[in-house]
Design a binder for this molecule. Structure first.
Ligand code: C5P
Length: 211
């Protein structure tokens, strides 16, 4: 069974994806890490993020085993990821790898922005996980405080909220595979839900669509 999970930054989709993968014993791919790895490589090499050909070249060389989640989950890398993710050539270069992951025998859980719409439109279980921008900013802010990364966000919570809004606009407004709710997705709004309540809602939705 393929479980496709999409949603905006800090909506809780990653946590739900990990929990569902654990529950069903399925492999999990956080596809945001792929775009983050491309953004990070461009920054490290001093290449402009709008150089679509260079970014697509980096994407074509990516290897799932070489990803370092800890190093990639920083604010600046997330912002760079959302710029390179708007290049159609970058998305194209990452499709085969994601589809191969989804097609593993027994299934897989993938989370991102276009899993239910582009990568695995055939997935029987699709979730769209969202929350208000304010609540997502609070969560991201707490996470940054916990990681001692506040130096990157001098404007505090207001700065994180502005970043989240900018990323939402870029991810939803781009022409190539924009963030949107698949017609057959179940939407889970986690604004007022704790992790256990959100997981229970996700499990109910997946069970209802299980082949
Ligand atoms: O989910 P995460 O915040 O790690 O994603 C980083 C960026 O990568 C997103 O803002 C988005 O622009 C891009 N992304 C995407 N498609 C995906 C996953 C992530 O465009 N499937």
């Amino acid at each position: 069974m393929i479980i496709a999970i999409d949603g905006p930054a800090a909506s809780g989709k990653g946590t739900l994806a990990r929990r569902l993968a654990g529950h069903y014993g399925l492999p999990h791919l956080d596809t945001g890490l792929l775009y983050r790895a491309v953004g990070r490589a461009m920054l490290d090499r001093g290449l402009p993020l709008d150089d679509a050909a260079a970014a697509a070249g980096v994407a074509a060389q990516l290897d799932l085993d070489g990803l370092d989640p800890e190093a990639l989950r920083t604010g600046p890398v997330g912002a760079a990821a959302s710029v390179v993710a708007a290049h159609p050539a970058v998305r194209q270069a990452l499709i085969a790898l994601q589809r191969a992951f989804a097609a593993q025998p027994g299934g897989a859980v993938l989370d991102g922005r276009d899993i239910g719409t582009v990568i695995a439109p055939e997935a029987p279980a699709k979730l769209f996980v969202t929350a208000s921008a304010e609540e997502r900013a609070r969560r991201r802010f707490r996470e940054l405080v916990g990681r001692g990364e506040l130096a990157d966000t001098p404007e505090g919570l207001a700065g994180v909220l502005a970043d989240i809004r900018q990323r939402d606009a870029r991810d939803s407004g781009r022409a190539a595979a924009p963030l949107k709710v698949a017609d057959d997705a179940v939407t889970i709004d986690t604004t007022a839900l704790g992790i256990e309540e959100a997981f229970a809602a996700a499990l109910t939705a997946v069970e209802a669509h299980r082949p």
